[in-house]
Design a protein around this ligand. Structure first.
Ligand code: AR6
Length: 181
């Protein structure tokens, strides 16, 4: 797999992740996996109450991990519930935990034959991770995983608002430029 083809497999869109027709969407969950606000609340509302029923027996998930359920009423076949870190100052393992939840989510996607997966900006809302820094960690991690794997074929970030979309766009451009340098 050469570097150019990895970048071609990554894309950014602005929108609502609950409407995405992909094999799996990723939820920015908390460690209870029992729902919450932000994108978590939106995904549970759109998927229907069966999603919470499916999450209950999972027994929660540590920060940096992820677990998978069906998508129920969503267009997506699966929901991968990833638990990102709460941001403190960046010196408490936040980048490692953020990278870990992306890697685990991608592994689950591969294990469940997902060719297409969409991520929100994990940890960038309630968990207060500075968005440009989170974008750099997450894009680098995903590009690294895709460089060694044929699946998932495509990874899309669905950014909810324009500032998030801009931050991810500039981080993506920087990382591609770093690679060319
Ligand atoms: N589609 C795409 N992105 C969205 C959507 C949507 N429908 N709604 C919000 N976002 P957050 P976190 C963006 O707070 O920081 C929950 O209560 C949002 O603008 O959802 O990982 C959980 O239960 C932001 O850019 O997740 C946890 O307790 C990004 O999604 C906690 O929040 C993530 O914001 C997790 O916090």
């Amino acid at each position: 797999m050469n570097a150019a083809s990895v970048w071609e497999r990554l894309s950014l869109v602005q929108g609502d992740i609950t409407t995405q027709r992909v094999d799996a969407i990723v939820n920015a969950a908390n460690s209870t996996l029992l729902g919450g606000g932000g994108v978590d609340g939106a995904i549970h509302r759109a998927a229907g109450s069966q999603l919470l029923d499916a999450c209950r027996p999972l027994g929660g998930c540590p920060t940096g991990g992820a677990k998978i359920t069906p998508g129920f009423n969503l267009p997506a076949r699966h929901v991968i519930h990833a638990v990102g870190p709460r941001y403190r100052d960046g010196a408490h393992g936040e980048p490692g935990a953020l990278a870990s939840c992306y890697r685990t989510a991608l592994q689950l996607a591969t294990d469940h034959n997902c060719g297409t997966i969409a991520f929100p900006a994990i940890s960038c809302g309630v968990y207060a991770y500075p968005i440009h820094a989170a974008a750099r960690v997450s894009i680098r991690t995903v590009a690294d995983v895709l460089g060694g794997a044929d699946q998932p074929v495509t990874v899309t970030w669905v950014l909810f608002d324009e500032p998030a979309f801009s931050a991810y766009s500039s981080a993506l451009a920087e990382l591609r430029a770093d690679l060319r340098a």
